[in-house]
Design a protein around this ligand. Structure first.
Ligand SMILES: [Zn+2]
Length: 310
């Protein structure tokens, strides 16, 4: 590792691979194939105005969307070995990493930040799918541990927004070790009596679903998000059956009790604030009053009555 490979090469590559055409001003909705002007798409939080399809959004945009006034403090993720296995497929893993870093201007596939939501201290870890498919390697695992510890330190709620294809295969077993690590991380938040909420976005699959993503006290999902462990085709080939329509989509999971709410992106922030308020604000304690005497079967039992509003 030196400054030539870390700095100069990505810069040169960015210059060489730059497209001649200016960035496309029109986006085609992958769901309804309508053309949408980029400004309209941005003002609509990257939700198709024609069919309501929720497109993937970068982690930074997600954080701006959720925090009060879009104001947050990102934290520096701990240093981790970047290519422990010196893995290479068609390309070196180190090279893939550098490309993803140049493309997304992020160090890794997860971004951790703290700030306030509805005035309450909150830590959010948001995944960036455009960084190697949001895959979870050592650095992402470390990022989740850091997010959980920060939440405990600040007595803040932890919100995780996965958008990931699963474990990062270029890190082999080391990426699989992030599954138990991320589970322990969120367990620390729960043990401290702090809320842990997940917002499942498209896609939440593989090792991420097999670990922290399914452990939220409350699990929200964006409409139409693909959420599952193995892919639909793999399951169909294994069980040799056709799967029902909408299988592994947020709405299907809601119907089957795996998700608590499916929330439109424009309502996401308000919904989260309401949930955090319910979970964190202490309600007045219930008052225990004895039942009136002479009521045969319930005699002797006490009932809880809500105190009158003050
Ligand atoms: Zn559409």
């Amino acid at each position: 590792m030196n400054w030539i490979s870390n700095f100069v090469r990505p810069k040169i590559r960015a210059l060489v691979t730059k497209t001649e055409v200016p960035e496309n001003l029109w986006h085609k909705c992958p769901s309804c194939a309508q053309m949408i002007f980029h400004r309209e798409l941005e003002s609509n939080l990257r939700v198709c105005p024609h069919c309501g399809h929720h497109m993937r959004i970068p982690a930074r945009e997600r954080l701006t969307l959720l925090f009060d006034d879009g104001d947050y403090n990102p934290i520096e993720l701990p240093e981790t070995p970047s290519d422990p296995l010196r893995f290479r497929d068609r390309k070196r893993y180190a090279e893939r990493l550098r490309e993803a870093q140049t493309k997304t201007e992020s160090k890794e596939a997860v971004l951790v930040a703290h700030g306030r939501m509805g005035g309450r201290p909150t830590v959010i870890a948001a995944f960036d799918f455009s960084f190697m498919g949001g895959s979870m390697g050592i650095a992402v695992g470390e990022g989740l541990v850091a997010a959980a510890r920060l939440a405990v330190l600040q007595e803040a709620a932890l919100i995780v927004v996965p958008s990931s294809g699963g474990a990062r295969m270029q890190e082999g077993i080391l990426s699989l070790m992030q599954l138990p690590r991320s589970v322990i991380a969120v367990e620390e938040v729960k043990e401290a009596g702090l809320p842990y909420v997940v917002v499942l976005t498209d896609p939440t699959t593989g090792g991420v679903t097999a670990s922290f993503a399914m452990l939220g006290d409350i699990a929200l999902a964006e409409p139409g998000a693909v959420i599952g462990f193995a892919g639909q085709r793999v399951i169909e080939e294994t069980i040799r059956e056709t799967l029902p329509e909408g299988f592994q989509r947020a709405e299907y999971l809601l119907e089957h009790g795996m998700v608590d709410m499916v929330v439109h992106r424009r309502d996401l922030r308000d919904t989260l604030i309401r949930i955090l308020k319910l979970l964190r604000d202490k309600m007045p304690p219930a008052e225990v009053v004895p039942l009136p005497q002479g009521d045969g079967k319930d005699a002797g039992k006490a009932t809880a009555r809500k105190p009158e509003a003050t």
